[in-house]
Design a binder for this molecule. Structure first.
Ligand code: CO
Length: 461
């Protein structure tokens, strides 16, 4: 038997998020979960990322209940989630009590593996989540956001991998959210980390620039222990490379993935009509399926580029795009080269647009950039421009220590505010994570129940 390669299927989370804006409803996958459990996947990435927000905001589903349902059908395969460190599943830093309770409840409700990352690759923003995951008995996977900049050297990534190992992580993920890692860099980076860190290494990439499958193959040759792939009908483009194609290739080359292609066929057959439905209702825009090479030319993620284009189009300023694309790396440099992943990609892009359209750099500095310069998002990877610091903060001094230490506990206040509306600690956590969406969901749920009770009373009359 050849070297084992663990396959993580992403159709329920990342492929769902990347191709159809996280709109898979429970009914779209409920009937195939037991089959998915038989496929031989190492894990199913099925929760976290945008799924939580989407359940409350668009799908009228309780995200915790979705997780428990998946767990009830998937008894053997590990369940995996993506967590934005101290940002949990949101866009701001939460207090430590929230992070600990959220992580603990995720494990209690069925998650086995938590992939934890931070947009700045600041280990202090990941520490609380990693610690609590391990205490709760979960597998903590420390993720390194892959980006390209003068300060993001292989040495810096290896150093972070070592730090994550020291913090107790059970495995390391190279998280290439933009799909810009090249086959050669995938090979070299996996080799470099494997040489220094005695933990399984997983490569996560997207097929946006068409490099995905090649990079996975080179990572396998360098000794990677696992990959993320998506069932073929939901693979490619902005999603992951196809599960079946990778399994076919790897098995032929003597690797052992454990994945049964007879079962993946059933899974793919199940998702074919689901994909057709999203194509028909416009939920799946075919343009996400094509190869977008711009991310390589501009070194910015495809999603960020399309956001810039739509922002400028709305303002009737699309003719300024080239100037914005020149300004974007300058802003990023001034901000110490943050990886362009949520929420940094939005922050850098919006500031570049403002610098160009107002005709003067930093004439207006956004509230978010000010908070970032103050240290509210953690430590910048590189040096911050003193000029920008002065414009953003004036005489105010940035935080020296860990900003999260200043945050007050959030759960007691939320509990008191919700009262009877919250039926569980999970409800309280939903509210702390997404106050507006969760409150609406909880109210609708209470109304539906009240209606049911009144029907029952009428029937009894
Ligand atoms: Co991803």
């Amino acid at each position: 038997m050849g070297k084992q390669l663990k396959i993580t299927e992403t159709v329920l989370r990342d492929a769902n998020q990347s191709q159809i804006a996280t709109r898979l409803e429970r009914a779209d996958f409920a009937d195939i979960l037991e089959t998915m459990d038989q496929a031989g996947y190492y894990s199913l990435e099925c929760w976290g990322g945008a799924t939580f927000d989407s359940c409350l905001r668009y799908l009228n589903e309780d995200p915790w209940d979705r997780l428990r349902f998946i767990r009830s059908k998937v008894k053997n395969t590990k369940l995996q989630m993506l967590l934005r460190g101290q940002n949990l599943l949101g866009y701001k830093h939460y207090s430590d009590d929230t992070v600990r309770a959220f992580v603990r409840k995720s494990v209690e409700n069925g998650i086995d593996i938590i992939r934890i990352f931070d947009a700045l690759n600041d280990p202090m923003n990941m520490a609380t989540a990693i610690d609590e995951c391990l205490k709760a008995g979960g597998h903590a996977q420390g993720a390194i956001c892959y980006t390209i900049s003068p300060i993001h050297t292989f040495e810096s990534y290896v150093k972070l991998a070592k730090r994550l190992a020291d913090m107790g992580c059970n495995s390391i993920c190279i998280k290439d959210m933009a799909g810009i890692i090249s086959p050669k860099n995938a090979y070299d980076l996996v080799s470099a980390i494997k040489k220094e860190v005695d933990l399984p290494v997983v490569l996560h990439t997207h097929d946006t620039t068409g490099l995905g499958a090649m990079s996975l193959l080179k990572a396998a040759e360098a000794g990677a222990d696992g990959f993320d792939t998506a069932i073929s009908i939901f693979s490619g483009g902005t999603a992951q490379p196809s599960t079946e194609s990778m399994v076919y290739t790897l098995e032929e080359m003597g690797y052992d993935t454990g994945v049964d292609m007879k079962v993946t066929k059933k899974i793919n057959d199940h998702f074919k009509p689901v994909q057709a439905k999203f194509l028909k209702n416009g939920g799946l825009n075919p343009s996400v399926l094509t190869t977008k090479i711009d991310a390589l030319n501009y070194q910015i993620p495809g999603g960020m580029l399309s956001n810039l284009i739509s922002q400028l189009t709305q303002m009737n300023q699309l003719n300024r795009l080239d100037e914005v694309l020149v300004e974007t790396p300058n802003v990023r440099k001034d901000m110490g080269y943050p990886p362009l992943v949520t929420p940094m990609s939005q922050m850098v892009g919006a500031q570049a647009v403002s610098n160009v359209l107002l005709g003067e750099r930093y004439k207006s500095v956004s509230k978010e950039v000010k908070a970032y310069m103050r240290g509210e998002y953690g430590k910048a990877p590189g040096e911050l421009s003193q000029e920008l610091m002065k414009i953003a903060l004036g005489d105010e001094k940035p935080y020296e220590g860990r900003y999260d230490d200043l945050l007050e506990p959030e759960i007691p206040g939320a509990k008191a505010y919700l009262g009877d509306l919250a039926e569980s600690e999970e409800d309280v956590l939903s509210y702390v994570a997404f106050p507006q969406q969760a409150e609406k969901y909880l109210k609708d749920r209470a109304d539906a129940k009240a209606l049911k009770v009144s029907y029952t009373i009428q029937e009894a009359e």
